[in-house]
Design a protein around this ligand. Structure first.
Ligand SMILES: Cc1cn([C@H]2C[C@H](O)[C@@H](COP(=O)(O)OP(=O)(O)O[C@H]3O[C@@H](C)C(=O)[C@@H](O)[C@H]3O)O2)c(=O)[nH]c1=O
Length: 177
């Protein structure tokens, strides 16, 4: 597995070895010992899978009391994946990073607990899977608008499809005054 530093501290970009042959390819998508060696010590307790069509933007989401670390991978298609540091007292609080995750580059993004997360689908369809370090709790969810002026996230497309909840999410500066 290759490990690349991410722009935001404590995030990691991982690329498991992919074995190509005349049948297609094989790769491990998660192997606890290797991820622990890379510095990811949190137990990962939930697996999620979402399918989205081109132009869908999900985010920016976080949990307040039980923050979730997330290991994000793309099984099909391509996304622009974004993390925002919302850890109180962090030197990079309010900073964001974005990177393309795709079935082709096989990159995975690790966001430790304390980051908000969102992604934009660049391909016709995208299957995104992610492991989380804490269970989803609907009543603990927080969100802020992907287009918050204070963040100025450089989304490659701005004509997007969002859930009603995401379209109505407050600005980052309202959630974190
Ligand atoms: C996230 C989640 C949702 N759900 C349910 C709630 C709701 O009825 C339905 C759809 O939920 P949402 O609209 O919140 O799904 P979605 O907008 O895809 O939310 C996800 O966005 C990405 C960016 C993340 O980082 C995730 O942690 C999660 O917040 O699925 C669960 O049962 N478990 C979960 O873990």
């Amino acid at each position: 597995m290759r490990i690349f530093p991410a722009r935001l501290p404590d995030c990691l970009i991982l690329q498991p070895q992919r074995y190509q042959d005349n049948r297609g390819f094989f790769q491990e998508t998660f192997r606890a010992a290797d991820y622990a060696k890379a510095g990811i010590s949190e137990p990962l307790v939930q697996d999620n899978w979402s399918r989205s069509v081109k132009g869908v933007l999900r985010g920016m989401h976080f949990q307040r009391l039980a923050p979730q670390g997330k290991m994000v991978s793309v099984l099909r298609g391509e996304i622009y994946d974004v993390a925002v540091d919302i850890r109180p007292g962090s030197a990079s609080f309010g900073q964001w990073q974005g990177l393309v995750l795709s079935e082709h580059n096989g990159h995975q993004l690790w966001l430790p607990p304390g980051f908000a997360h969102g992604f934009l689908v660049l391909s016709d369809v995208a299957d995104v899977i992610y492991k989380t370090s804490a269970y989803y709790q609907a009543d603990d969810e927080g969100s802020f608008c992907c287009f918050s002026a204070a963040l100025n996230i450089d989304w490659p497309v701005t004509d997007v499809i969002r859930s009603a909840k995401d379209a109505g999410a407050p600005d980052f500066s309202t959630v974190f005054p």
